[in-house]
Design a protein around this ligand. Structure first.
Ligand code: M6R
Length: 366
């Protein structure tokens, strides 16, 4: 059942080109310039009239929610808040009838997310689910929803669920942008075409595997690791750090790159690998200067860069290349090398990759 792979996690990493395609199949009609998702179409006014959208989730799904926040705000100009379901449910949150709540969950069984949904419903909000497991508790408890089509995810560390969640959120953000007229037609169409190309770009990103194995060899005995990214890649940095800590038990932290100088820079020395997501996009120059700051303190840089990059390459200790897309969608591609890096390091440390200690696939108790 592992399809010839050594672990479910590796199989699931490699399934991403196919399952991302499954997730937009029948929904993304780029030749017609349309996005069609029944759960959104049937409730379009609820979304377009929403004063704000609140995303509730835990763990990796919460990271996907952060990418969703950036996408929905950027494309559809609707204010979005992203909350840990556990905090939301217990802090007497302000929820109104014109709020839309999006609950994201791979398993659809996470206790805190389920409780957050019940609370939001009691307060009169419209609740939309983004789940992977069909017929799960969360998919039944929400008013409407859109499934990710990642297929069964067995590895406890979430991989393909994350990238398909971002895919669904991109579809939602783009559909809302079209409905609200907040994006130019050409920008909208470009995003549809770019989304369609994501599976093949993910496939290309997977080809860096041999290079990533070499990097993993060098850093497998590290005790700490930092992950930095800006904009849409900030949540990707958080997710990269979570992946490393949960399967390899190396302490890792993700930060928005600019937060470095507000504390974490004190940790930098020659023992500290810093993984920087540095595609040649909007924040490139800023990320380059963050890299210079780290190099000046003898930190080791592993940079995830756009194919053909030269500037970061000249500064970094190691580079991992990836194809680019739009700024928003590059977050999906940049996730791939970080998954592979964690995977290989964990295997080299002889960790139980598919079933890390102390973790359960679905957290049905709070
Ligand atoms: O099933 P869910 O998406 O609701 O699960 C949420 C988290 O428990 C989950 O993402 C967890 O953080 C994973 N171990 C991450 O790899």
């Amino acid at each position: 059942e592992k399809g010839g792979y050594e672990h479910f996690m590796l199989k699931e990493i490699h399934e991403q080109p196919a399952v991302i395609k499954d997730t937009f199949r029948g929904r993304l009609l780029s030749d017609k310039g349309l996005i069609k998702m029944a759960g959104i179409e049937d409730n379009l006014q609820k979304f377009t009239n929403a004063k704000r959208i609140i995303v509730v989730a835990c763990g990796t799904s919460w990271h996907a929610g952060l990418v969703g926040e950036y996408m929905i705000e950027e494309f559809a100009r609707i204010p979005v808040e992203v909350e840990y379901a556990s905090e939301f449910r217990y802090r007497n949150p302000i929820i109104n009838e014109d709020d839309v709540v999006i609950a994201i969950s791979q398993s659809g069984e996470t206790a805190d997310t389920l409780a957050a949904i019940k609370l939001a419903k009691e307060k009169g909000a419209f609740v939309f689910g983004v789940c992977n497991v069909v017929g799960s508790s969360i998919s039944r408890e929400t008013h409407a929803g859109a499934y990710t089509h990642a297929g069964p995810e067995i590895g406890v560390a979430s991989t393909k669920a994350f990238t398909t969640q971002i895919t669904v959120l991109a579809l939602i953000a783009l559909r809302l942008a079209e409905a609200k007229g907040t994006m130019s037609k050409s920008e909208y169409l470009r995003n549809l075409l770019e989304l369609e190309l994501i599976p093949e770009k993910v496939e290309e990103a997977l080809k860096e595997d041999a290079n990533i194995i070499k990097i993993a060899e060098i850093y497998k005995d590290s005790t700490n690791c930092l992950y930095l990214g800006r904009g849409f890649n900030y949540p990707v940095a958080l997710e990269g750090a979570l992946k490393l800590k949960e399967i390899s038990y190396i302490h890792a932290e993700g930060y928005p790159a600019a937060e470095m100088k507000h504390g974490p820079i004190a940790l930098i020395d020659e023992q500290m690998p810093v993984i920087v997501i540095a595609p040649n996009q909007n924040h490139y120059d800023k990320v380059v200067s963050n890299i210079q700051e780290i190099k000046a303190r003898s930190g080791k840089i592993i940079a995830v860069v756009s194919k053909g990059d030269t500037q970061v390459k000249a500064l970094a200790d190691h580079i991992i290349e990836m194809p680019e897309s739009t700024e928003a969608l590059t977050s999906i591609i940049a996730t791939i090398p970080l998954q592979l890096l964690s995977y290989h390091i964990a295997v080299m440390r002889e960790c139980n990759v598919d079933q890390p200690r102390n973790l359960a696939k679905s957290v049905t108790v709070e």
